[in-house]
Design a protein around this ligand. Structure first.
Ligand code: TZP
Ligand code: MG
Length: 208
């Protein structure tokens, strides 16, 4: 992956969507998202063959738009589908174990400088930092870190690509981009948008 792939990183699972999930993904791809992560969570999450088929449909759309396709948490699915990337949190498979099984790139969620240093030593492709702001899309989200933390991590580890996540939308993206991070990862800003084209432009910091 390239650092610029993190510019607008759309994350979605069926429970996040207001419209049909594949329609939301296709609109987001057409609008210019630069990376996509399938994060299928929650009580109504697809399971088994339905989950695999949905993942394959998301992957096919990403391939059509030449956008990297990333799987959240599920190392086995990432291996099965030969996804471009895998994203893991601190509570998920350890980076070394995931790397032994999956040959694509791996991103890691980090909340402290120590976790970030460990992820870098372990060969992560990028880190996710957040939640920046309050979010209702992650049940067990930590307390918001706001913009000082990603700014400090970018200064301390300038070679490591960073994507900021959590509560980011068009109205509050400017101070996040000003920290020097490579981009923003969003769920609801796109899933709940009435104009995805416009939202993606705004998240890129482009004025209309
Ligand atoms: N990790 C930290 S915050 C978050 C995840 C997956 C949820 C982001 O969703 P939203 O709707 O963009 O706040
Ligand atoms: Mg996780």
């Amino acid at each position: 992956m390239k650092r610029s792939d993190l510019a607008v990183y759309f994350i979605m699972g069926t429970e996040n969507c207001v419209k049909a999930p594949l329609q939301t993904l296709e609109e987001a791809l057409a609008a210019g998202i630069t990376m996509f992560q399938l994060r299928e969570k929650g009580s109504y999450a697809l399971k088994g063959e339905a989950y695999i088929q949905f993942a394959r449909q998301c992957q096919a759309l990403c391939t059509q738009y030449n956008v990297p396709f990333v799987i959240n948490d599920d190392v086995a699915l990432a291996v099965l589908l030969e996804a471009d990337g895998l994203h893991i949190g601190q509570d998920d498979a350890q980076l070394q174990i995931a790397k032994a099984q999956f040959k694509g790139f791996i991103g890691v969620s980090v909340h402290t400088a120590d976790e970030m240093a460990t992820a870098i030593d372990g060969g992560c492709a990028y880190v996710g930092i957040g939640p920046i702001y309050a979010t209702s899309s992650k049940a067990d989200a930590k307390v918001p870190c706001h913009t000082a933390f990603p700014k400090a991590m970018h200064e301390q580890f300038p070679e490591c690509p960073i994507v900021a996540i959590g509560g980011i939308e068009a109205s509050n993206v400017a101070p996040v981009l000003a920290t020097g991070v490579d981009g923003v990862a969003v769920i609801s800003a796109i899933c709940h948008s009435s104009d995805i084209q416009q939202t993606v432009k705004q998240l890129k910091g482009e004025t209309i």
